[in-house]
Ligand binder design. Structure first.
Ligand SMILES: [Zn+2]
Length: 140
């Protein structure tokens, strides 16, 4: 334990819905309120139809490791090294990738299944992250 905590900016207009959903234990992705297209990265308007009506929708909290890297050079006291940064591709909707990290150097590989986890920060707020699953794990 480092004694340091890094908190996301949870009330940002573009990403606040993601962190609000996390407080309910959900992974949410922004969609257009008019045409329904996925808006990832989140934005105020839809590049498909031009509407300014983004909405957050809960999605399955599962995915696979799209890429990863092990960080060994400490850049912030809140993140003890080594740790492994995960780029996770959600099972749905297609093409949405989110970042997370796990401590240490776990056995990890591209395509490994993951499930969202929501560890609590010292103030009780929940921060979305990922837990690695065995290849034969059945997501439920
Ligand atoms: Zn649209």
């Amino acid at each position: 334990m480092t004694g340091y905590t890094v908190r996301p900016v949870a009330d940002d207009l573009d990403t606040g819905g993601f962190f609000a959903a996390a407080q309910d234990g959900q992974v949410a992705v922004q969609h257009c309120g008019e045409c329904g297209q996925v808006l990832h990265m989140p934005r105020a308007y839809c590049r498909h139809c031009g509407a300014f009506s983004p909405r957050w929708r809960a999605v399955a909290p599962t995915g696979t490791v799209f890429s990863y890297t092990v960080v060994t050079h400490q850049v912030h006291p809140a993140f003890e090294v080594p740790y492994t940064v995960l780029l996770v591709e959600l099972d749905e909707p297609a093409g949405v990738r989110l970042i997370g990290h796990v401590p240490g150097r776990p056995a990890v590989h591209i395509g490994q299944p993951v499930r969202a986890s929501f560890p609590a920060l010292p103030d009780g707020s929940l921060l979305p992250n990922w837990e690695l699953l065995d290849d034969d794990a059945v997501a439920s």
